[in-house]
Design a protein around this ligand. Structure first.
Ligand SMILES: Cc1ncc(COP(=O)(O)O)c(C=O)c1O
Length: 469
Protein backbone atom coordinates (compact mmCIF):
# COMPACT_ATOMS: atom_id res chain seq x y z
CA UNK A 1 0.00 0.00 0.00
CA UNK A 2 1.30 3.44 -0.87
CA UNK A 3 1.33 5.33 2.44
CA UNK A 4 2.72 8.56 0.97
CA UNK A 5 -0.18 11.02 0.80
CA UNK A 6 -0.58 13.49 -2.08
CA UNK A 7 -2.47 16.78 -2.34
CA UNK A 8 -5.67 17.11 -4.43
CA UNK A 9 -3.49 18.71 -7.14
CA UNK A 10 -1.49 15.49 -7.34
CA UNK A 11 1.65 17.14 -5.93
CA UNK A 12 3.48 15.39 -3.13
CA UNK A 13 3.46 17.11 0.24
CA UNK A 14 7.19 17.44 0.04
CA UNK A 15 7.08 19.22 -3.33
CA UNK A 16 4.22 21.48 -2.25
CA UNK A 17 6.11 22.37 0.94
CA UNK A 18 9.15 23.26 -1.15
CA UNK A 19 7.03 25.36 -3.53
CA UNK A 20 4.62 27.13 -1.16
CA UNK A 21 5.56 26.86 2.47
CA UNK A 22 8.00 29.35 3.97
CA UNK A 23 9.68 27.40 6.73
CA UNK A 24 11.09 29.14 9.78
CA UNK A 25 14.84 29.60 10.21
CA UNK A 26 15.19 27.32 7.16
CA UNK A 27 17.69 27.36 4.34
CA UNK A 28 15.34 26.64 1.47
CA UNK A 29 18.20 25.92 -0.92
CA UNK A 30 18.48 22.52 0.77
CA UNK A 31 15.26 21.59 -0.99
CA UNK A 32 15.86 23.27 -4.35
CA UNK A 33 17.46 21.16 -7.08
CA UNK A 34 19.18 23.98 -8.92
CA UNK A 35 20.53 25.73 -5.86
CA UNK A 36 21.98 22.59 -4.35
CA UNK A 37 23.52 21.22 -7.53
CA UNK A 38 21.13 18.32 -7.86
CA UNK A 39 21.62 17.13 -4.29
CA UNK A 40 18.29 18.39 -3.06
CA UNK A 41 16.75 16.77 -0.01
CA UNK A 42 13.02 16.43 0.29
CA UNK A 43 11.26 18.33 3.06
CA UNK A 44 10.85 15.97 6.01
CA UNK A 45 7.15 15.73 6.79
CA UNK A 46 6.00 14.57 10.20
CA UNK A 47 2.44 13.34 10.15
CA UNK A 48 1.70 12.01 13.63
CA UNK A 49 3.07 11.34 17.08
CA UNK A 50 2.53 8.93 19.95
CA UNK A 51 4.29 9.36 23.29
CA UNK A 52 7.95 10.16 22.61
CA UNK A 53 7.75 8.84 19.04
CA UNK A 54 6.94 10.67 15.82
CA UNK A 55 6.24 9.30 12.34
CA UNK A 56 6.87 10.71 8.89
CA UNK A 57 4.74 10.55 5.75
CA UNK A 58 6.49 7.34 4.72
CA UNK A 59 5.53 5.69 7.98
CA UNK A 60 9.06 5.80 9.43
CA UNK A 61 9.40 6.09 13.20
CA UNK A 62 11.70 8.52 15.04
CA UNK A 63 12.45 9.34 18.66
CA UNK A 64 11.37 12.91 19.27
CA UNK A 65 14.59 13.97 20.97
CA UNK A 66 13.60 17.64 21.04
CA UNK A 67 9.95 17.42 22.12
CA UNK A 68 9.10 19.17 18.84
CA UNK A 69 10.91 22.37 19.79
CA UNK A 70 11.33 22.03 23.59
CA UNK A 71 7.53 21.90 23.78
CA UNK A 72 5.80 18.51 24.01
CA UNK A 73 6.46 17.79 27.70
CA UNK A 74 3.75 15.15 28.18
CA UNK A 75 4.39 13.44 24.84
CA UNK A 76 2.34 13.22 21.68
CA UNK A 77 -1.15 11.82 21.13
CA UNK A 78 -2.77 12.63 24.46
CA UNK A 79 -6.46 12.14 23.89
CA UNK A 80 -7.49 14.13 26.96
CA UNK A 81 -5.76 17.27 25.68
CA UNK A 82 -7.56 16.95 22.34
CA UNK A 83 -10.82 16.49 24.28
CA UNK A 84 -10.13 19.55 26.44
CA UNK A 85 -9.61 21.66 23.31
CA UNK A 86 -12.76 20.34 21.64
CA UNK A 87 -14.91 20.84 24.74
CA UNK A 88 -13.72 24.43 25.14
CA UNK A 89 -14.21 25.25 21.44
CA UNK A 90 -17.80 24.03 21.80
CA UNK A 91 -18.44 26.07 24.94
CA UNK A 92 -16.62 29.33 24.09
CA UNK A 93 -14.20 29.19 21.19
CA UNK A 94 -12.94 32.71 21.55
CA UNK A 95 -13.09 35.74 23.71
CA UNK A 96 -10.35 38.32 24.29
CA UNK A 97 -8.92 39.47 27.61
CA UNK A 98 -9.39 43.12 26.73
CA UNK A 99 -11.39 44.45 29.71
CA UNK A 100 -13.35 41.17 29.81
CA UNK A 101 -12.30 37.79 31.11
CA UNK A 102 -13.27 34.17 30.57
CA UNK A 103 -13.20 31.32 33.08
CA UNK A 104 -10.30 29.33 31.61
CA UNK A 105 -7.89 32.28 31.60
CA UNK A 106 -8.88 33.08 35.19
CA UNK A 107 -8.42 29.47 36.31
CA UNK A 108 -5.07 29.24 34.56
CA UNK A 109 -3.77 32.54 35.97
CA UNK A 110 -4.84 31.40 39.44
CA UNK A 111 -3.09 28.05 39.01
CA UNK A 112 0.09 29.59 37.62
CA UNK A 113 0.21 32.08 40.51
CA UNK A 114 -0.10 29.18 42.95
CA UNK A 115 2.95 27.54 41.35
CA UNK A 116 5.27 30.54 41.09
CA UNK A 117 7.75 31.47 43.81
CA UNK A 118 7.55 34.66 45.88
CA UNK A 119 4.89 37.19 44.96
CA UNK A 120 4.83 36.52 41.22
CA UNK A 121 1.08 36.58 41.16
CA UNK A 122 0.08 38.55 38.08
CA UNK A 123 -0.23 36.72 34.76
CA UNK A 124 -0.33 38.48 31.38
CA UNK A 125 -1.08 35.99 28.62
CA UNK A 126 0.47 36.09 25.16
CA UNK A 127 0.44 33.59 22.30
CA UNK A 128 4.09 32.56 22.59
CA UNK A 129 7.52 33.13 24.09
CA UNK A 130 8.79 36.03 22.01
CA UNK A 131 5.66 38.01 22.81
CA UNK A 132 6.16 37.25 26.51
CA UNK A 133 9.71 38.65 26.33
CA UNK A 134 8.51 41.67 24.38
CA UNK A 135 5.82 42.21 27.01
CA UNK A 136 8.34 41.98 29.85
CA UNK A 137 10.57 44.67 28.37
CA UNK A 138 7.60 46.97 27.77
CA UNK A 139 6.36 46.40 31.33
CA UNK A 140 9.83 47.14 32.75
CA UNK A 141 9.97 50.44 30.87
CA UNK A 142 6.48 51.54 31.84
CA UNK A 143 6.85 50.41 35.46
CA UNK A 144 9.86 52.68 35.94
CA UNK A 145 8.10 55.57 34.19
CA UNK A 146 5.18 55.18 36.59
CA UNK A 147 7.41 54.97 39.66
CA UNK A 148 9.53 58.03 39.15
CA UNK A 149 12.55 56.55 37.36
CA UNK A 150 11.65 57.37 33.76
CA UNK A 151 15.18 57.05 32.39
CA UNK A 152 15.44 53.36 33.24
CA UNK A 153 14.79 51.63 29.92
CA UNK A 154 17.87 49.60 28.87
CA UNK A 155 18.18 45.84 29.13
CA UNK A 156 21.04 43.41 29.57
CA UNK A 157 21.21 39.83 28.33
CA UNK A 158 23.93 37.33 27.44
CA UNK A 159 26.05 36.49 24.43
CA UNK A 160 24.48 33.89 22.10
CA UNK A 161 21.23 33.88 24.08
CA UNK A 162 17.91 33.42 22.27
CA UNK A 163 14.88 35.35 23.49
CA UNK A 164 12.68 35.36 20.39
CA UNK A 165 12.24 37.25 17.14
CA UNK A 166 9.92 40.29 17.60
CA UNK A 167 12.16 43.34 17.21
CA UNK A 168 12.38 44.11 20.93
CA UNK A 169 12.94 40.47 21.87
CA UNK A 170 15.41 40.18 19.00
CA UNK A 171 17.39 43.10 20.42
CA UNK A 172 17.63 41.06 23.64
CA UNK A 173 18.62 37.94 21.67
CA UNK A 174 22.41 37.66 21.44
CA UNK A 175 22.89 35.64 18.26
CA UNK A 176 24.64 37.84 15.69
CA UNK A 177 23.36 35.92 12.65
CA UNK A 178 19.73 36.20 13.77
CA UNK A 179 20.08 39.94 14.37
CA UNK A 180 22.20 41.24 11.51
CA UNK A 181 19.58 41.22 8.71
CA UNK A 182 17.22 43.31 10.85
CA UNK A 183 19.57 45.99 12.16
CA UNK A 184 18.99 48.57 13.44
CA UNK A 185 17.08 46.87 16.23
CA UNK A 186 15.38 48.44 19.23
CA UNK A 187 18.14 50.46 20.90
CA UNK A 188 19.21 49.93 24.49
CA UNK A 189 19.99 46.19 24.66
CA UNK A 190 23.47 45.24 25.89
CA UNK A 191 25.26 41.90 26.16
CA UNK A 192 27.40 40.28 28.84
CA UNK A 193 29.24 36.92 28.88
CA UNK A 194 27.20 33.74 29.26
CA UNK A 195 27.93 30.86 31.61
CA UNK A 196 29.72 28.49 29.24
CA UNK A 197 31.98 26.79 31.77
CA UNK A 198 33.70 24.74 29.04
CA UNK A 199 34.82 27.96 27.35
CA UNK A 200 35.34 29.99 30.54
CA UNK A 201 38.51 32.07 30.87
CA UNK A 202 41.33 29.57 31.49
CA UNK A 203 41.92 30.49 35.16
CA UNK A 204 38.21 29.90 35.96
CA UNK A 205 37.60 26.68 34.02
CA UNK A 206 38.01 24.37 36.98
CA UNK A 207 36.32 26.59 39.53
CA UNK A 208 32.58 26.89 38.82
CA UNK A 209 31.88 29.06 41.88
CA UNK A 210 34.54 31.59 40.92
CA UNK A 211 33.35 31.51 37.30
CA UNK A 212 29.76 32.09 38.43
CA UNK A 213 30.75 35.14 40.45
CA UNK A 214 32.91 36.44 37.62
CA UNK A 215 30.07 36.05 35.09
CA UNK A 216 27.49 37.64 37.43
CA UNK A 217 29.82 40.56 38.13
CA UNK A 218 29.95 41.30 34.40
CA UNK A 219 26.27 42.28 34.78
CA UNK A 220 27.12 44.74 37.57
CA UNK A 221 29.90 46.09 35.38
CA UNK A 222 27.53 46.61 32.43
CA UNK A 223 24.99 48.36 34.69
CA UNK A 224 27.72 50.65 36.02
CA UNK A 225 29.01 51.31 32.54
CA UNK A 226 25.60 52.14 31.08
CA UNK A 227 24.53 54.01 34.19
CA UNK A 228 22.25 52.45 36.83
CA UNK A 229 19.66 55.17 36.18
CA UNK A 230 19.24 53.90 32.62
CA UNK A 231 19.03 50.12 33.11
CA UNK A 232 15.59 48.55 33.61
CA UNK A 233 16.04 44.79 33.41
CA UNK A 234 18.29 41.78 32.97
CA UNK A 235 16.97 38.89 30.87
CA UNK A 236 18.46 35.46 31.62
CA UNK A 237 17.49 31.89 30.79
CA UNK A 238 17.91 29.55 33.78
CA UNK A 239 19.80 27.17 31.46
CA UNK A 240 20.87 29.03 28.32
CA UNK A 241 19.74 27.17 25.23
CA UNK A 242 21.74 28.64 22.36
CA UNK A 243 25.38 27.70 22.47
CA UNK A 244 24.28 24.35 23.83
CA UNK A 245 22.69 24.21 27.27
CA UNK A 246 24.75 26.29 29.71
CA UNK A 247 23.59 25.66 33.28
CA UNK A 248 24.22 28.43 35.81
CA UNK A 249 27.35 27.87 37.90
CA UNK A 250 26.65 27.55 41.64
CA UNK A 251 25.95 30.95 43.19
CA UNK A 252 25.47 32.70 39.83
CA UNK A 253 21.80 33.57 40.19
CA UNK A 254 22.18 34.46 43.87
CA UNK A 255 24.84 37.02 42.93
CA UNK A 256 22.73 38.29 40.01
CA UNK A 257 19.79 38.74 42.39
CA UNK A 258 21.99 40.81 44.74
CA UNK A 259 23.20 42.95 41.84
CA UNK A 260 19.66 43.55 40.58
CA UNK A 261 18.51 44.54 44.08
CA UNK A 262 21.48 46.84 44.53
CA UNK A 263 20.78 48.75 41.31
CA UNK A 264 16.96 48.44 41.26
CA UNK A 265 17.09 46.46 38.03
CA UNK A 266 14.41 43.84 37.32
CA UNK A 267 15.49 40.22 36.99
CA UNK A 268 13.57 38.47 34.20
CA UNK A 269 13.81 34.69 34.21
CA UNK A 270 13.14 33.73 30.60
CA UNK A 271 11.76 30.23 31.10
CA UNK A 272 10.24 29.73 27.67
CA UNK A 273 12.16 26.46 27.49
CA UNK A 274 13.03 25.77 31.13
CA UNK A 275 9.61 26.00 32.82
CA UNK A 276 7.09 23.17 33.19
CA UNK A 277 9.38 20.37 34.23
CA UNK A 278 12.16 20.76 31.66
CA UNK A 279 14.65 21.16 34.53
CA UNK A 280 12.43 19.46 37.14
CA UNK A 281 10.41 22.18 38.87
CA UNK A 282 7.33 23.89 37.47
CA UNK A 283 9.56 26.95 37.17
CA UNK A 284 13.29 26.57 36.82
CA UNK A 285 14.09 29.51 39.12
CA UNK A 286 12.98 27.12 41.88
CA UNK A 287 15.48 24.53 40.68
CA UNK A 288 18.27 27.08 40.97
CA UNK A 289 17.04 28.84 44.12
CA UNK A 290 16.28 32.42 43.07
CA UNK A 291 13.18 34.57 42.86
CA UNK A 292 12.97 36.78 39.77
CA UNK A 293 10.74 39.82 39.31
CA UNK A 294 9.27 38.48 36.09
CA UNK A 295 9.01 35.01 34.54
CA UNK A 296 8.40 34.60 30.83
CA UNK A 297 7.12 31.20 29.68
CA UNK A 298 5.27 29.47 26.83
CA UNK A 299 5.98 26.14 25.05
CA UNK A 300 5.46 23.45 27.73
CA UNK A 301 2.49 25.19 29.34
CA UNK A 302 0.21 23.37 26.91
CA UNK A 303 2.79 20.79 25.78
CA UNK A 304 2.14 22.38 22.39
CA UNK A 305 -1.41 21.11 21.97
CA UNK A 306 -2.44 24.74 21.53
CA UNK A 307 -0.33 27.93 21.57
CA UNK A 308 -0.02 30.18 24.61
CA UNK A 309 2.63 32.15 26.45
CA UNK A 310 2.71 34.22 29.61
CA UNK A 311 4.55 37.02 31.34
CA UNK A 312 4.24 36.60 35.08
CA UNK A 313 5.00 39.70 37.14
CA UNK A 314 5.44 40.31 40.85
CA UNK A 315 2.81 42.13 42.91
CA UNK A 316 5.23 45.05 43.23
CA UNK A 317 5.30 45.53 39.46
CA UNK A 318 1.53 45.47 39.19
CA UNK A 319 1.00 47.92 42.05
CA UNK A 320 1.15 51.18 40.00
CA UNK A 321 -1.27 49.70 37.44
CA UNK A 322 -3.97 49.45 40.11
CA UNK A 323 -4.15 53.22 40.42
CA UNK A 324 -6.30 55.87 38.75
CA UNK A 325 -6.08 56.12 34.97
CA UNK A 326 -2.93 53.97 34.73
CA UNK A 327 -3.03 50.93 32.47
CA UNK A 328 -0.71 48.82 30.33
CA UNK A 329 -1.49 49.76 26.70
CA UNK A 330 -0.43 46.39 25.35
CA UNK A 331 -2.18 43.19 24.27
CA UNK A 332 -2.69 40.42 21.73
CA UNK A 333 -6.00 39.33 20.20
CA UNK A 334 -5.20 35.68 20.87
CA UNK A 335 -3.38 36.13 24.20
CA UNK A 336 -4.91 33.73 26.73
CA UNK A 337 -7.06 32.08 24.06
CA UNK A 338 -9.79 30.03 25.80
CA UNK A 339 -8.93 26.82 23.93
CA UNK A 340 -5.25 27.17 24.82
CA UNK A 341 -6.05 28.01 28.44
CA UNK A 342 -8.31 24.94 28.69
CA UNK A 343 -5.57 22.76 27.19
CA UNK A 344 -3.01 24.23 29.62
CA UNK A 345 -5.25 23.30 32.55
CA UNK A 346 -5.61 19.74 31.28
CA UNK A 347 -1.86 19.58 30.61
CA UNK A 348 -1.07 20.65 34.18
CA UNK A 349 -3.51 17.99 35.40
CA UNK A 350 -1.34 15.41 33.63
CA UNK A 351 1.79 16.82 35.28
CA UNK A 352 0.20 16.42 38.69
CA UNK A 353 -1.43 13.04 38.09
CA UNK A 354 1.70 11.47 36.60
CA UNK A 355 4.20 13.17 38.89
CA UNK A 356 6.20 14.41 35.90
CA UNK A 357 8.26 16.93 37.86
CA UNK A 358 9.46 14.27 40.27
CA UNK A 359 10.03 11.88 37.36
CA UNK A 360 12.42 14.40 35.79
CA UNK A 361 14.19 15.02 39.10
CA UNK A 362 14.61 11.29 39.68
CA UNK A 363 15.80 10.46 36.17
CA UNK A 364 17.87 13.50 35.18
CA UNK A 365 21.11 12.17 36.72
CA UNK A 366 20.68 8.90 34.79
CA UNK A 367 20.01 10.80 31.56
CA UNK A 368 23.15 12.88 32.06
CA UNK A 369 25.40 9.96 32.99
CA UNK A 370 24.12 7.91 30.04
CA UNK A 371 24.96 10.76 27.64
CA UNK A 372 28.34 11.18 29.33
CA UNK A 373 29.34 7.72 28.15
CA UNK A 374 29.84 9.45 24.77
CA UNK A 375 32.79 11.36 26.21
CA UNK A 376 35.09 8.51 25.14
CA UNK A 377 34.63 9.63 21.50
CA UNK A 378 37.37 12.00 20.29
CA UNK A 379 34.76 14.33 18.73
CA UNK A 380 32.77 14.79 21.96
CA UNK A 381 34.27 17.63 24.00
CA UNK A 382 31.59 18.29 26.58
CA UNK A 383 28.21 17.03 27.77
CA UNK A 384 26.28 19.65 29.75
CA UNK A 385 22.82 20.64 30.82
CA UNK A 386 20.27 19.87 33.51
CA UNK A 387 16.96 18.08 33.90
CA UNK A 388 15.84 16.79 30.49
CA UNK A 389 17.86 19.38 28.57
CA UNK A 390 21.37 18.56 27.31
CA UNK A 391 23.93 19.77 24.84
CA UNK A 392 26.81 17.71 23.49
CA UNK A 393 29.61 19.94 22.21
CA UNK A 394 31.62 18.58 19.30
CA UNK A 395 35.27 19.54 19.02
CA UNK A 396 38.10 19.13 16.57
CA UNK A 397 40.71 18.57 19.25
CA UNK A 398 39.65 17.43 22.65
CA UNK A 399 42.91 18.27 24.39
CA UNK A 400 43.04 21.88 23.26
CA UNK A 401 39.22 22.25 23.03
CA UNK A 402 39.77 23.60 19.51
CA UNK A 403 36.50 24.00 17.66
CA UNK A 404 35.77 23.59 13.95
CA UNK A 405 36.20 26.42 11.49
CA UNK A 406 33.13 27.63 9.59
CA UNK A 407 33.64 25.29 6.62
CA UNK A 408 34.16 22.27 8.83
CA UNK A 409 31.14 23.14 10.99
CA UNK A 410 29.06 23.50 7.84
CA UNK A 411 30.22 20.14 6.51
CA UNK A 412 29.75 18.46 9.87
CA UNK A 413 26.39 19.85 10.93
CA UNK A 414 24.48 20.60 7.76
CA UNK A 415 26.37 18.32 5.42
CA UNK A 416 26.23 15.27 7.63
CA UNK A 417 24.90 15.29 11.18
CA UNK A 418 21.38 16.67 10.83
CA UNK A 419 20.44 14.18 8.16
CA UNK A 420 22.40 11.27 9.60
CA UNK A 421 20.74 11.66 13.00
CA UNK A 422 17.33 11.78 11.37
CA UNK A 423 18.19 8.73 9.23
CA UNK A 424 19.21 6.97 12.45
CA UNK A 425 15.70 7.59 13.75
CA UNK A 426 16.55 10.43 16.11
CA UNK A 427 15.01 13.86 15.68
CA UNK A 428 17.15 16.36 17.61
CA UNK A 429 19.08 19.54 16.89
CA UNK A 430 22.55 19.92 15.45
CA UNK A 431 23.29 23.59 15.96
CA UNK A 432 26.14 25.99 15.35
CA UNK A 433 24.82 29.28 16.59
CA UNK A 434 27.61 29.04 19.14
CA UNK A 435 30.14 26.22 18.95
CA UNK A 436 28.78 23.06 17.27
CA UNK A 437 26.44 21.12 19.54
CA UNK A 438 23.86 18.39 19.38
CA UNK A 439 20.92 19.20 21.64
CA UNK A 440 18.41 16.97 23.34
CA UNK A 441 15.19 17.94 25.12
CA UNK A 442 12.83 14.97 24.81
CA UNK A 443 9.33 14.60 26.25
CA UNK A 444 9.48 14.36 30.04
CA UNK A 445 7.83 10.95 30.06
CA UNK A 446 10.87 8.94 28.95
CA UNK A 447 13.21 6.98 31.20
CA UNK A 448 16.45 4.97 31.29
CA UNK A 449 15.53 2.60 28.42
CA UNK A 450 15.05 5.55 26.06
CA UNK A 451 18.19 7.31 27.36
CA UNK A 452 20.17 4.23 26.33
CA UNK A 453 18.44 4.04 22.97
CA UNK A 454 19.07 7.74 22.23
CA UNK A 455 22.70 7.48 23.30
CA UNK A 456 23.25 4.39 21.14
CA UNK A 457 21.91 6.19 18.08
CA UNK A 458 24.04 9.23 18.83
CA UNK A 459 27.13 7.06 19.21
CA UNK A 460 26.73 5.34 15.86
CA UNK A 461 26.23 8.67 14.06
CA UNK A 462 29.07 10.46 15.88
CA UNK A 463 31.47 7.61 15.08
CA UNK A 464 30.59 8.08 11.40
CA UNK A 465 30.90 11.87 11.74
CA UNK A 466 34.51 11.49 12.79
CA UNK A 467 35.21 9.72 9.49
CA UNK A 468 33.53 12.48 7.44
CA UNK A 469 35.89 15.12 8.80
C1 LIG B 1 14.33 31.44 26.09
C2 LIG B 1 13.42 31.73 24.95
N1 LIG B 1 12.76 32.90 24.90
C3 LIG B 1 11.91 33.19 23.91
C4 LIG B 1 11.69 32.30 22.88
C5 LIG B 1 10.73 32.65 21.76
O1 LIG B 1 9.57 31.90 21.88
P1 LIG B 1 8.55 31.80 20.64
O2 LIG B 1 9.25 31.05 19.56
O3 LIG B 1 7.37 31.08 21.22
O4 LIG B 1 8.22 33.21 20.25
C6 LIG B 1 12.34 31.06 22.88
C7 LIG B 1 12.11 30.09 21.82
O5 LIG B 1 12.72 29.05 21.76
C8 LIG B 1 13.23 30.77 23.93
O6 LIG B 1 13.91 29.62 23.98
Amino acid sequence: MNTTPVLPSGASYSDAARDHLWMHFTRHSTFEDAASGGLAQSVPIITRGKGHLIYDDKGREYIDGLAGLFVVQVGHGREELAQAAAAQARELAFFPLWSYAHPRAIELADRIAANTPGDLNRVFFTTGGGEAVETAWKLAKQYFKLTGKPTKHKVISRAISYHGTPQGALAITGIPGARAPFEPLVPGAFKVPNTNQYRAPEHLRDDPEAFGLWAADRIAEAIEFEGPDTVAAVFLEPVQNSGGCFPPPPGYFQRVREICDQYDVLLVSDEVICAFGRIGGMFACEDFGYIPDIITCAKGLTSGYSPIGAMIASDRLFEPFKKGMNYFPHGYTFGGHPVSAAVAMANLDIFEREGLNQHVRDNAPVFKSTLETLLDLPIVGDVRGAGYFYGIELVKDKTTRETFNDDEAERLLRGFLSKALFDAGLYCRADDRGDPVVQLAPPLTIGPAEFTDITGRLRSVLVEAQKVL
